[in-house]
Design a protein around this ligand. Structure first.
Ligand SMILES: NC(=O)N[C@@H](CC(=O)O)C(=O)O
Ligand SMILES: [Zn+2]
Ligand SMILES: [Zn+2]
Length: 345
């Protein structure tokens, strides 16, 4: 008897679609399986204003192949020059669903991010007032802090003080990678959410470094020790409302990753749902995949869950392409390192 799993159609609460030829190539990979996604604004130049977001939204919709449906949920890239009135109008029109905080220098295309949080205080106060979520790449950039400690230090020295100073501010801790991140998210109220990526449920830092350096496992925040991966697995498979899927699928050309100074990002859109089903099955939690991938995210963002349903079927191992072609070069698909038995029907 074939085993099947039916769930409401999933959404991706953290996604990089890029632009141009890359957008054309990666958008169908997400739209095939996801109804909606929170679209990251770290383009070059970044998506800073409501007008930028409207134009990017139009480019995404123009890139969607005929016959596919997909709703991009737009975000604004917070800068020290962001105008609170523009943010308010963008949220109230329904165009923008969140604002993204990149500490300057923390990750890909973050140099235009925030250096001094005091400078964005009026924007944060406006967001707290209207309930617009702030999505945070939570790593300090201080050179003295070890890269493996940057998330935990951020929570103590930046995130917690920020939340205490800004009552009502709704925050998503993006792509958490540590026990400390899990514990902090769990201790929060319903003004706090945390996304977890597919790849951080699968790899630890040994996968990245043992036996040779694996550029396609390099992402930010960098994969941590095994005990952190296990904490993320427990959180994701718990069904708890605080935790939801944000794949952080972040395509870079192979030429930009397989080089002396490779870019950070894992491209997981193609096989994410198969990997997640395998992970949840391994942990005896298939019945909680729907909470993680389809229910907890919409609840946090105060959106209805999708009415459409997705059926996953278990069978012989499925082979996914090892890479996809884009007009600018190839992009390697994340390899989980174990067979995948679940496919989307
Ligand atoms: N996660 C990554 O390693 N890379 C992301 C940026 C980010 O989400 O931090 C990217 O845009 O490439
Ligand atoms: Zn990030
Ligand atoms: Zn990201």
């Amino acid at each position: 008897m074939t085993q099947t799993l039916s769930l409401r159609r999933p959404d991706d609460w953290h996604l990089h679609l890029r632009d141009g030829a890359m957008l054309n190539a990666v958008l169908p990979e997400t739209a095939r399986h996801f109804a909606r996604a929170i679209i990251m604004p770290n383009l070059v130049p970044p998506v800073v204003t409501a007008a930028d977001a409207a134009a990017y939204r139009d480019r995404i919709m123009a890139a969607l192949p005929p016959g596919m449906t997909f709703e991009p949920l737009m975000t604004l890239y917070l800068t020290e020059g962001t105008d609170p009135a523009d943010v308010r109008a963008a949220a109230q029109s329904g165009l923008v669903k969140a604002v993204k905080l990149y500490p300057a220098g923390a990750t890909t295309n973050s140099h235009g991010g925030v250096r001094d949080l005091e400078k964005v205080r009026p924007v944060l106060e406006t967001m707290a007032e209207i309930g617009l979520p702030l999505c945070i790449h939570g790593e300090v950039t201080t050179p003295e802090v070890d890269i493996f400690d940057r998330e935990a230090v951020f929570i103590d020295t930046v995130l917690d003080p920020l939340r205490r100073r800004t009552p009502g501010l709704r925050v998503v801790m993006e792509h958490i990678t540590t026990e400390e991140g899990v514990a902090y998210a769990r201790a929060g109220g319903d003004d706090l959410g945390a996304t977890i990526t597919t790849h951080h449920l699968v790899i630890n830092r040994n996968h990245l470094l043992v036996g040779g350096i694996r550029p396609h496992y390099y992402c930010l925040p960098v994969a941590k020790r095994e005990r952190h991966r296990l904490a993320l697995r427990a959180a994701a498979t718990s069904g708890e409302a605080r935790f939801f899927l944000g794949t952080d699928s972040a395509p870079h050309m192979d030429a930009a990753k397989e080089t002396g100074c490779g870019c950070a990002g894992c491209f997981t859109a193609t096989n994410t749902l198969s990997i997640l089903a395998e992970v949840f099955e391994q942990d005896g939690a298939l019945d909680r995949l729907e909470a993680f991938a389809s229910l907890n995210g919409p609840a946090f963002y105060r959106l209805p869950p999708n009415e459409a349903r997705t059926t996953l079927t278990r069978g012989a191992p499925v082979a996914y392409p090892s890479h996809i072609e884009t007009g600018d070069g190839t992009v390697t698909v994340f390899d989980p390192g174990f067979p995948l038995h679940w496919t989307v029907a």
